[in-house]
Write a new protein. Structure first.
Length: 120
């Protein structure tokens, strides 16, 4: 049995649509998580940070969003960054594709293929 695939998805994002198209072309069944409608919890975000192998939540944030500047997050610590992403999920980079215990920010969408290159 293969690991289930989940994607943090915003239908208005061309990168998300491209990643979905790539998964569809591979015949992969994917659960789309519309994170702007159903906000992820802090625990879910902390898990994503670990799965992505990044040292700070900032690595999965859209730092160019206006709300990032408005909240003064440029010098914020990890706790505040996580809280901001829970409160304002638009700050979460997209698409994030999860397969089993691994995740990747699929920018460009072809990056998601890394999840299939190795079964480690």
């Amino acid at each position: 049995m293969t690991d289930p695939i989940r994607m943090f998805f915003n239908p208005s994002c061309s990168k998300c649509r491209g990643a979905k198209d790539l998964l569809d072309a591979r015949g992969e069944s994917t659960t789309l998580i519309r994170y702007l409608e159903e906000r992820p919890t802090r625990v879910e975000l902390e898990r994503l940070v670990r799965m992505l192998g990044i040292s700070s939540p900032r690595g999965m944030m859209r730092t160019g969003e206006r709300i990032y500047e408005e909240l003064g997050l440029a010098s914020a610590g990890d706790d505040r960054l996580l809280d901001a992403m829970v409160e304002h999920p638009i700050l979460i980079e997209r698409p994030i594709v999860v397969r089993g215990e691994r995740a990747v920010i699929a920018r460009p969408p072809e990056r998601l293929l890394e999840l299939f290159d190795s079964e480690s």
